[in-house]
Ligand binder design. Structure first.
Ligand code: FAD
Length: 443
């Protein structure tokens, strides 16, 4: 049996390791267009912050396991065509183009951050860390940088902003929304962070959409244009949405309107024996039906599942929950489930916000918000901004959301999961009391 996997990153490496365990006799061909694969995309940030002494430390541990899995590695080899009728893929390595037959094909080619209107000529002025080669080249470019513009005030843009703020450069951030991390946090939850960025002298442009990017006349600067003005910087980092690398499959596989590859509950595409995983697909998402959630844990999850479902349909996808966590400019920010802005579009809700103590940003700081249904108090989402890390407890909240628990149920059961000593527990108890007081006041 020949299993061909295209893409040797989080999803593809996991799929290869799991396929080897499940099908010991199979020939497994792992293909990637890059020469060096399997690095965290945060490598450049870590290097700038001094937490990496060598690039190797940014390598994901899956690579070592895959190296021991007796795979046929085909690196610096790109997928350029697919013939589902003949069950072959067309590959290109340097000048050579060749066909490879598959019994099962797993597409794990991820996504790219691209600027729709950009052309290749911008490349020398762009900073990127999607591949290790790009991260190394970007570090070189930064040696002579005096000003950098970033587009996107989401997790990637802000984590990069923080890392770049270690350098003596002028930083400008452009974000189309009126607040930071707007996909995951309601506006008021990130206000303190915004103030902190302004205090640090960063040039923030919220509610400002960049419409055009070009090179300056002498090509030594990048020019950004919005309806508010024109700006120049030495380099540009794009931290906007991902676009699945699926263009190659138009006409061959069914695609969703956002460019993701359509898959069934067992990760099979519209073609038999062709599967897709990781950043190429949407996942069933609590409350929203399906959503595009390009994240490492989802790539690994689908990489595992696909191996189980390759020959027999064994383990369908279950609903996932969104949990994101970032440590930015001294604050831990964690969001699970729906924000208030997302939830109120779908049903009547209640929100509860608790701030502890808020006069100064000390170690005990907690700013916590819960989003609940009005009727039953079912937990829809939670957001936490704090000076210390409470990810484990937010994980429990994510589990409660997945199980459809209401706040009271969660509190009653949380004694099992969360020791009373955990700082978030009293906050949750107080949130429940507040919620009940709110309901009584309405009666
Ligand atoms: C700067 C940055 C920071 C991020 N930070 C986080 C984070 O903190 N937490 C988190 O959960 N997620 C983060 N992400 C998202 C995360 O990187 C992705 O969700 C994850 O990498 C998806 O894994 P994947 O295996 O599906 O695809 P990818 O990691 O994108 O890998 C796809 C692979 O396919 C190969 N490939 C593509 N096309 C072809 C082709 N035609 N032929 C051959 N090979 C091909 C590529 O070379 C690549 O190796 C970040 C992303 C970026 C860019």
């Amino acid at each position: 049996m020949d299993i061909v996997i295209v893409g040797a990153s989080f999803a593809g490496l996991t799929a290869a390791i799991e396929c080897r365990a499940a099908y010991p006799e199979a020939s497994i061909h792992l293909i990637d267009r890059e020469k060096e694969v399997g690095y965290f995309p945060n490598a450049l940030n870590w290097k700038l912050k001094g937490s990496l002494t060598s690039w190797d430390q940014a390598r994901i541990s899956l690579v070592k396991d895959a190296e021991q899995a007796d795979l046929d590695w085909k690196l610096e080899t790109s997928l350029i065509g697919l013939n589902c009728g003949r069950k072959t893929v067309l590959l290109e390595k340097g000048e050579t183009v060749f066909e490879l037959a598959y019994d099962y094909l797993i597409l794990a080619m991820g996504a790219s951050q691209i600027w729709e209107r950009s052309t290749g000529e911008l490349e020398p002025r762009l900073l990127s860390s999607k591949t290790i080669g790009a991260a190394q080249a970007s570090l070189e470019k930064l040696r002579d940088a005096q000003s950098i513009a970033l587009i996107g005030g989401g997790q990637i843009g802000l984590e990069s902003l923080e890392a770049l703020s270690q350098l003596p450069v002028r930083l400008s951030l452009f974000e189309a929304q009126d607040s930071l991390l707007a996909k995951y946090f309601d506006r008021e939850m990130t206000e303190k962070l915004r103030l902190k960025l302004e205090e640090a002298g960063l040039d923030l442009h919220l509610s400002e959409t960049v419409n055009d990017i070009s090179l300056s006349g002498s090509a030594d600067k990048v020019k950004l244009e919005s309806i508010h003005g024109q700006y120049e910087a030495d380099y540009l980092l794009i931290g906007t949405n991902f676009k699945p690398n699926s263009a190659l499959f138009e006409g061959a596989l069914e695609l969703n309107s956002d460019g993701t590859i359509w898959v069934d509950a067992f990760l099979q595409t519209s073609q038999e024996a062709v599967f897709a995983v990781g950043d190429l697909i949407q996942l069933p998402y609590a409350f929203l039906g399906k959503a595009y959630l390009p994240m490492i844990n989802h790539a690994i999850l689908t990489g595992r599942l696909v191996a189980q479902n390759l020959v027999d349909r064994k383990r369908p996808l279950k609903e996932v929950n969104r949990i994101i966590s970032s440590h930015l400019f001294g604050y831990y920010l964690t969001s699970v489930g729906l924000t208030e802005a997302e939830a109120e579009l779908r049903q009547e809700i209640r929100t509860i916000r608790l701030q502890r103590p808020f006069s100064d940003w000390d170690e005990r700081l907690v700013d916590f918000k819960l989003v609940l249904t009005k009727e039953s108090g079912r937990i829809l989402g939670g957001q936490l901004v704090s000076k210390s890390q409470h990810l484990e407890q937010m994980d429990s909240l994510a589990l409660a959301i997945s199980q459809g628990l209401c706040l009271q149920d969660f509190l009653e059961q949380s004694w099992l999961w969360l020791p009373r000593s955990r700082p978030l527990v009293p906050i949750l108890v107080e949130a429940a009391n507040l919620y009940h007081r709110l309901l009584r006041a309405e009666e």
